[in-house]
Design a protein around this ligand. Structure first.
Ligand code: ADP
Ligand code: ZN
Length: 742
């Protein structure tokens, strides 16, 4: 019999596999994906089997034997191994890097840790923390540093917190004792998902459109071979989730398993309850607050077949099911499906690939599909199914556009709210109905400017302006989180003539409160939602009617379902349009459609007031007309002319470091180096400074490759990024299909 040799990837940052002999006694247990323990140098390491072969490039006598299985018999299965190999090639990262996405750290480490980790939150209001920093910060530097971090990060581990604050543990302990910081065991942080009594639901009788969608699901599932991908384009409230639930039931009946991905921001009790209510104990919810031990347990429950459905954000895609029948990607257009660290994968695209490899059906759902997915659907790569009506024929909210240029002419200008919006808010208050006022920028003012000398306050580490926060009387950088007391006078010329330019939610909240002093107004953005349960509390207050007007950022744009909300006001719809990113139109269209969907979800019709200075902009006009297809056509015209995705593929290579000339020099050499394999059907642009040219003291450059037929180029970029020695202090990474171009 030929010897059996396992190619094993060892848990080290090496882009290599090593050959080991499979001992006689284990031959039945070892296959691709098996977790094993192997001798490595003078120690032994965990790893997993990538392939089993019968020949090695090394002399047999030199090969060592696998020591044994680690983590019991845990195994990711051959198809997940294949998927990670594909990711490593496509996303130009090391095999080990790709495998990191596949196996959660506690499983990878092979230790069955039940240890709970503690997470830290502010225990007081943000204003109190800020007061402390200003009043006592000089004397208690360490405490101030801890509070400063917690103002920007909520629910952080002790290690990360102390590292970011650059202090030892005693300041933290003192703050916890004073109640200014709250320590929470991560299993408690799970609260919103556990212990909730969920009333079981039964499948609803499908509407005609839902019936057609489910028939298509049947057809695709029974097609033999790979069922392919469905794009379910359904307006908000059209019953997409009910289609998901009934599709899952079909797959379970067939003895197979299902994964449902939702964006992290939508991973709320409201969403997960709908799955639990239908399928009970068969559902596992994976979210980012699980402790290592809990994550390990859940992984094992899935691995051992105790769970048949996994609901979770991005990484739930890698649930180790062996007989997967269905993957759902809800809100498939969401950017949070893209991971912004190695491996920089897009969960939607990897879902399509996993579906193909395992013959599972993939359903991508959205009210505003990404241009990429709609393009694939029109080109026959995905099957397009549309739900055009709201369930129960609820009407879509009425959209009213206010041209703010005209408004300024008629009223003399300078007002934040148009007369229409003010009237509508007033009538909501008199009828006891609720309003949502939306602006996608937090803080009070986005610019602090000296009117005398023109000085603009900028972060000293990043190339962006400081945002002024009035409630905390400070300026802060929204990139690196640095903050300091707001200057009373100009730091440059000393003049007492500082202007606060640009709008933020804080200014909007203040204006609403001044306009309606008797109304109860609440602001919801990442500045006010610092405490552990503040998010749920605010939503409960809103639901129960204790809040009349909710002001907020995109935190309130998604997925919320409040029947008593009959007005949505968009203060400044143009905000996202002028960002230097080819997707800025698309994002504006999506965001406006999403916020508008918050109005009129009960029995009373809703009204949406959109304030804009560019009412004829395609993204705004098409959103107002509920015309997705029209928007898509407008957008494709631009993408065709400029050869942007989906017409082409894009790969960004980013370089960063503190020494600007070293970064630029390396970026030039690198880009020139791969230049010879750039095909005629593609082009290379750069290196040039990123739109945000400096973050946290590091200069950033980017080279963009765009075109078709880039297979060879991709391989070359991968090789160059992994094998080239960067100058000291300079780093490089490849970003395939980048989502964030800033
Ligand atoms: P979407 O996910 O497209 O926004 P949902 O699935 O949340 O839509 O459906 C909106 C509402 O309609 C939910 O309250 C849901 O329970 C209800 N619903 C969905 N399908 C049906 C149906 N066939 N019959 C009755 N109610 C339904
Ligand atoms: Zn900064």
């Amino acid at each position: 019999m030929a010897p059996r040799i396992a190619k094993v990837m060892v848990d080290l940052s090496l882009d290599r596999v090593f050959d080991y002999l499979i001992p006689e006694g284990l031959s039945g247990d070892i296959g691709p994906g098996s977790r094993v323990r192997v001798p490595f140098g003078r120690t032994s390491k965990n790893g997993y089997v990538v392939r089993v072969v019968s020949e090695s490039d090394y002399p047999m006598s030199k090969l060592k034997e696998i020591g044994g299985l680690s983590s019991g018999k845990a195994c990711v299965g051959p198809s997940l191994v294949e998927l990670s190999e594909w990711m490593s090639e496509y996303y130009c990262c090391s095999r080990e890097g790709a495998a990191r996405a596949l196996l959660p750290a506690p499983v990878r480490g092979g230790k069955i840790g039940k240890k709970k980790i503690n997470l830290y939150y502010l225990g007081c209001a943000a204003e109190d923390a800020q007061d402390f920093i200003f009043e006592k910060g000089k004397r208690s530097k360490a405490k101030a540093a801890v509070l400063n971090v917690l103002l920007n990060r909520h629910g952080i581990s002790k290690r990360d917190l102390l590292e970011m604050a650059g202090v030892g543990g005693s300041a933290l302990a003192a703050l916890v004792a004073d109640g200014m910081v709250e320590k929470v065991e991560s299993s408690e942080a799970r609260d919103p998902f556990a212990g909730v009594v969920v009333l079981p639901t039964t499948p609803a009788n499908p509407t005609d459109e839902q019936r057609l969608a489910l028939d298509e699901v049947d057809r695709m599932l029974s097609s033999g071979g790979s069922p392919g991908t469905m794009l379910l384009h359904g307006v908000t409230g059209s019953g997409k989730t009910e289609v998901y639930l009934q599709a899952i039931a079909k797959v379970l009946d067939d003895g197979r398993e299902a994964i449902a991905l939702v964006p992290e921001i939508s991973l709320t009790p409201q969403t997960t309850e709908r799955f639990r209510a239908r399928f009970g104990e068969k559902v596992s919810v994976l979210h980012s607050r699980l402790s290592d031990g809990e994550r390990y347990d859940e992984w094992m429950r899935i691995h051992d077949g105790e769970v048949r459905i996994v609901v979770g954000a991005r990484s739930a895609l890698f649930a180790p099911f062996r007989n997967l029948g269905l993957i759902i990607v809800d809100e498939e257009h969401e950017n949070s499906y893209k991971q912004e660290e190695t491996p920089r994968y897009h969960a939607r695209d990897v879902a399509v690939m996993r579906g193909k490899m395992e013959n599972a059906l993939v359903i991508l759902g959205s009210a505003t599909p990404s241009v990429e997915s709609y393009y694939n659907a029109l080109n026959g790569k995905y099957r397009l199914v549309e739900l055009t009506k709201r369930v129960d024929d609820l009407v879509m909210p009425e959209m009213r556009v206010v041209d703010m240029r005209q408004e300024a002419l008629e009223t003399g200008g300078g007002k934040m709210f148009s007369r229409t919006l003010v009237d509508e808010m007033r009538s909501r208050l008199s009828r006891g109905e609720q309003s949502i006022i939306f602006l996608n920028r937090r803080g009070f003012a986005s610019q602090l400017l000296c009117r005398k000398c023109g000085f603009v306050a900028e972060c000293s580490n990043c190339s962006i302006t400081y945002t002024y926060h009035k409630s905390r009387e400070c300026v802060s950088c929204h990139l690196c989180g640095a903050s300091k007391p707001a200057p009373r006078a100009c730091p440059e010329c000393g003049a007492d003539d500082i202007r606060y330019g640009g709008l933020g939610t804080e200014k909007v909240e203040l204006a609403v409160s001044k306009l309606f002093p008797h109304a109860s107004v609440k602001r919801m953005d990442s500045d006010t939602m610092t405490r552990r349960h503040s998010h749920e509390e605010a939503l409960n207050d809103f639901r129960s009617g204790r809040i009349d007007i909710l002001v907020g950022t995109q935190m309130i744009a998604k997925g919320l379902h409040f029947p008593n909300v009959t007005l949505v006001g968009v203060v400044y719809a143009d905000l996202g349009l002028h960002i230097p990113d080819f997707r800025s139109q698309e994002r504006t269209f999506q965001l406006l459609t999403q916020v508008a969907g918050r109005a009129g979800r009960g029995d009373r019709p809703g009204v949406v007031v959109i304030q804009t200075y560019t009412p004829f902009n395609s993204a705004i006009k098409r959103a107002v007309d509920y015309d997705y297809a029209g928007f898509y056509e407008d957008e494709m015209e631009v993408r065709n002319v400029l050869a942007y995705p989906p017409v082409s593929r894009m790969i960004a290579v980013r370089f960063s470091g503190e020494d600007e000339s070293a970064v630029l020099g390396f970026a030039e050499t690198f880009t020139r180096g791969v230049g010879k394999v750039v095909p005629k059907s593609a082009e290379a642009v750069g290196p040039s400074p990123c739109p945000i040219s400096r973050i946290k003291g590091k200069y950033r450059y980017v080279s963009i490759f765009r075109g078709t037929g880039m297979r060879e180029l991709r391989a070359e970029l991968r090789f160059a990024a992994l094998k080239t020695r960067c100058p000291k202090g300079v780093s490089v990474h490849v970003d395939s299909d980048p989502v964030n171009l800033m």
